[in-house]
Design a protein around this ligand. Structure first.
Ligand SMILES: [Zn+2]
Length: 109
């Protein structure tokens, strides 16, 4: 009786489309293009926009994508960028992680 060759592919686990893999983002964030854009942006907008909305003045440390790249946001469009402090960025990222996993589930239905 012939046996099937063992493969790493597990058909019951849906494959992520290439543009949704987070690995791709890592190479983008390490790119010279992004780093210079980020440095420029944080000089232009040095304060956390989220804290500013709450009436607090806090230095931003992160340039964040308003619509995450994973969710189809433009990585280099200045309109899709905002300056955030670490705590604000962390809470936004945590929420986005949940949204992102939800969106994957929806797509796989
Ligand atoms: Zn903040």
């Amino acid at each position: 009786m012939p046996t099937l060759p063992k493969s790493k592919h597990r058909p019951w686990i849906p494959k992520k489309p290439k543009h949704l893999r987070e690995v791709d983002n890592a190479s983008f964030y390490n790119s010279k293009r992004w780093r210079s854009l980020r440095n420029y942006f944080i000089q232009m907008y040095p304060l956390c926009v989220n804290c500013k909305r709450k009436g607090e003045i806090k230095n931003a440390r992160v340039v964040d994508h308003i619509v995450p790249i994973n969710m189809g946001g433009s990585p280099i469009d200045i309109k899709n960028l905002q300056s955030l402090c670490d705590p604000c960025h962390n809470s936004k990222s945590a929420k986005e992680g949940i949204e992102y996993r939800k969106s994957l589930k929806i797509r796989n239905v």
